[in-house]
Ligand binder design. Sequence first.
Ligand code: SAH
Ligand code: SF4
Length: 357
Amino acid sequence: MGSAVSKILSRPEGFEDLGKEEICRLLLSEGADKELLFSCADRIREHHVGNEVHLRGIIEFSNHCIKNCFYCGLRRDNDAAERYRMTADEIADAAVAGAQAGLKTIVLQSGEDPFFTADMLARLIARLKDEHDVAITMSVGDRTREEYALMRDAGADRYLLKHETADPEAFSRLRPGTTLDGRIRHLVWLKELGFQVGSGCMIGLPGQTADTLADDILLLKRLDVEMAGFGPFIPHGDTPLASCTGGDVDMTLKTLAVARIMLPFTHFPATTALGTIDPEGRQRALKCGANVVMPNITPVRYKKLYEIYPNKICINEEGSIQCLPCITGIIRQSGRSVATDHGHSRKPVHGKARPQG
Ligand code: SAH
Ligand code: SF4
């Protein structure tokens, strides 16, 4: 007699329509059942998106933020944070170094910083797209639909906006002045505007249960995202959640694995946050469904200051020169290869897998 988990994982009809109860069972699996889940996710990853790992070089160009998220070290009320903004030229230089090192996607991320108007961002996007053969992902938080449209029209390909938690009460408590419905509305706008959309959530936020994590996965499924990131919540000493317990490696990996089997064509990063709480975290994620890694190519003098959470890995290495060889090594040691294309969505369009490119 197989376990309940092994029964779920041997469903002939596949896993795309798993219900909440089944998801919870998988999230709570331990021992041999958990290993079965991981190997199932690994197999599905290989079958649907192959052995290549996509690199997305991230530039953290401003740590100013008008929001006050309880979990984040960049929150407005954290007076201990030393703030910086990179100039357009500094951002372009970092992007060029990344492109010359072979990166095919550049992610521009910041706190919510109105200093960077949508016009400024659009000019920057157009400049990078004009000069380099790269995909551009924006990750600058909540903006108006018109501002998103300006970025899209300027050539941005993707947008990363995590839903953070699908529990509406927790969302409003942890992100004062905002609602889960509002965040979802932003994600829908981004889809309508033609962005490939990345979302995701933190694992181990206070009050989170397997039940709410199942809602997180179901929301990602409903939004049909092109990418989803799962990072453990890591408490930051200068925030209201300083004394909370953070997320754990196993639950992060299980969430990733369940999401992979339910969204087989979606891109999933082996997150830096997971690599921060476990030196083997990213390697383990690559074996549980992940197919993306995001090297940090922010200039060293700034990346130390982008302290969303403490003890972030790789903050003393110059990104394109030092992080890239290291990450390439991790990928090869995991028996995988580094993708050389843009890593656009592989989700089927009209029933067919998208061509690579
Ligand atoms: N300001 C933008 C993008 C930067 S924040 C935004 O909020 O969308 C990038 C991500 O960092 C957030 O989406 C959140 O999931 C993550 N994050 C913030 N604080 C964290 C913490 N303490 N531990 C782990 N991840 C955190
Ligand atoms: Fe600002 Fe993003 Fe941090 Fe929230 S998570 S405080 S929006 S940087």
